[in-house]
Ligand binder design. Structure first.
Ligand SMILES: *Cc1c(COP(=O)(O)O)cnc(C)c1O
Length: 542
């Protein structure tokens, strides 16, 4: 396709994961979904963007539930060659002082701008083919090896492919070593460390994601040296970039000329969180968005626009969800009664069990099936706390048969079914820990009403009682038990006094809210606006 924006900067987007299609499991969660939607938007709107990623042999975990209701992880080898084109290019990186070959594949099969994927699963790699084995698998050294492949290998792949780049966009700190490679290129041309840093910074922009401190990866400097990630830089030089221990987000902030957070509130949170970091780039807010053709039922949008029967259009999606749940679990939900969808990564701050915390209120509503809840969500394979959260939801599905279900192995197919077919999309993280939350956008545009804490993207869209509901009024507290009690009371108040009466007693108002939800979100939270802002606020110089 012709590039209609020839004057625009050419961008290489680096990301560890891409959620493009459920047949291509190269993603774990929200970061990958964002990257996949971004690449599809780049194609739709003809931006000069290429992506750099990894061809994962086993992708992320398939997390299933055993007979006792406990999550367990399974992996299998994927044969992705049918989707990929062999570029004929192989680049070499040094890891633990050994050369590692990275084969470069090209993917443009899912309506996405060209994506180049690096692959170490080659016989000549001796001990190292498994570096690109599992997304977010294993521990520190392997993660660094993967990041050397993505970052250093990625820049070398661009050179070998002859792709000219004006802006290197690091989506999350995983890509940071690409910055080290850009600096190395300048140092071998005679630049000093400081000169190479200053010049490379002009080429790099950075997106920061998690507002949870522990979610920001760091490594002992010794480990970076042992792995060869330092690219001949001294410990003192590494420390100047990322601190000691070396924090990948701090490095990203210091190696970029501009950074962004993924919602406006997240911008405030991130600037506060990293305010102690000297010499870092400014963090602006560019709110995430979604690729509508991937996630939104076009019929819902059209019906909302032309004033047609929105409830009938929704009921088609709701019945499809009821069937989907029946096929997967044997449980038959009632299509006439309220269905709440909730699917999130299983981590404590998302509080997936908040709705169960006052049994005297919720118990009768579930027993009468006035409320039905469909849960899904995976825990990181090494996170036992997260697995206990998922196991608790499975236990609730046994306690409330027919009213609570848990869908194992959350993926794009489940995400799409839930954000189309539910009536309400519930989200109750501990504010302000949710960076953005694109699943709520999918729901909103499908006429599924958000019932959410004012966190992530929701403060930018919410008109309480008009296009969805907020609860908690933006309350924050350092003491989690105070915060949880406050939000629990607020959730029950809005649920019992507003959501349920509207659904059961005022169906015309419900449909008006659905229409307001769709019409009020479909443009601003579409990937077109996000790409325009990336170009205007992040990629463009000056
Ligand atoms: C949309 C989507 C996400 C992102 O969801 P948030 O929890 O809102 O960040 C993650 N995983 C899957 C499978 C999705 O479809």
């Amino acid at each position: 396709m012709a590039n209609t924006h020839t004057a625009l900067p050419r961008v290489a987007y680096f990301c560890m994961e891409y959620g493009l299609d459920n047949r291509f499991k190269a993603y774990a969660g929200g970061l990958g979904i964002l990257a996949g939607d971004y690449m599809k938007g780049a194609k739709d709107y003809e931006y000069p963007i290429v992506g750099i990623g990894i061809k994962w042999k086993q992708g992320y975990t398939d997390q299933m539930i055993d007979a006792k209701g406990q999550p367990y992880d399974t992996y299998h080898n994927y044969n992705y060659e049918e989707f990929l084109e062999d570029t004929g290019v192989t680049v070499t990186v040094d890891i633990r002082k050994r050369p590692v070959q990275c084969k470069v594949w090209k993917l443009d099969r899912f309506g996405n701008a060209p994506l180049y994927l690096l692959d170490t699963d080659l016989p000549e790699n001796g001990e190292d083919p498994w570096i690109t084995g599992q997304l977010y698998g294993w521990f520190g050294e392997e993660r660094i090896a993967q990041e050397i492949v993505l970052g250093v290998g990625g820049v070398r792949a661009l050179r070998a492919l002859g792709i000219d780049v004006d802006v290197y966009h690091f989506n999350e700190g995983h890509a940071l070593f690409a910055g080290f490679e850009l600096m190395r290129e300048k140092r071998v041309q005679g630049a000093t460390f400081e000169e190479a840093w200053t010049k490379s910074r002009e080429q790099i922009v950075f997106t920061t994601h998690t507002p949870v401190v522990q979610g920001n990866e760091s490594h002992p400097i010794d480990r970076l040296l042992y792995m060869g990630a330092n690219m001949d830089m001294t410990p003192a030089q590494l420390k100047k970039i990322g601190g000691d221990p070396f924090n990948m987000t701090v490095g990203g902030l210091r190696l970029s000329r501009k950074s962004n957070a993924v919602a406006q509130l997240h911008g405030v949170t991130a600037n506060d969180m990293w305010k102690h970091v000297t010499g870092r780039s400014d963090i602006i807010g560019i709110t995430n968005a979604i690729h509508l053709p991937t996630w939104v039922d076009a019929d819902m949008i059209q019906t909302a626009e032309n004033g047609g029967d929105l409830w009938a259009a929704h009921l088609k999606n709701k019945r499809a969800l009821v069937q989907f749940v029946k096929d997967r679990t044997g449980v038959e939900l009632l299509a006439d009664n309220l269905i709440i969808g909730f699917s999130r990564r299983a981590v404590p701050y998302k509080r997936s069990d908040l709705i169960f915390s006052k049994p005297d209120i919720i118990d009768p509503l579930l027993r009468d099936r006035k409320i039905q809840i469909v849960f899904s969500g995976r825990a990181h394979p090494l996170d036992d706390t997260g697995k206990a959260i998922a196991a608790n939801l499975v236990a609730m599905s046994k306690k409330y048969p027919g009213a609570v279900v848990f869908l194992e192995n959350y993926d794009m197919t489940i995400g799409a079914a839930l954000t189309r077919g539910s009536d309400v999309w519930l989200n109750n993280p501990r504010r302000p820990k949710e960076a953005s939350g694109t699943s709520g956008m999918k729901a909103a545009m499908n006429g599924v009403l958000n019932l959410s804490i004012l966190d992530g993207w929701w403060p930018e869209a919410c008109e309480h009682g008009v296009n969805g509901w907020q609860f908690g009024d933006g309350f924050e507290h350092a003491d989690e038990s105070i915060l949880d009690a406050h939000d629990r009371d607020a959730l029950y108040r809005v649920l019992t006094q507003e959501v349920l009466p509207t659904y059961y007693d005022h169906p015309a108002k419900w449909v008006d809210m659905m229409r307001a939800s769709i019409l009020g979100t479909k443009e601003y939270f579409g990937v077109k606006r996000m790409l325009e802002e990336y170009y205007e606020l992040l990629y463009k110089k000056g």
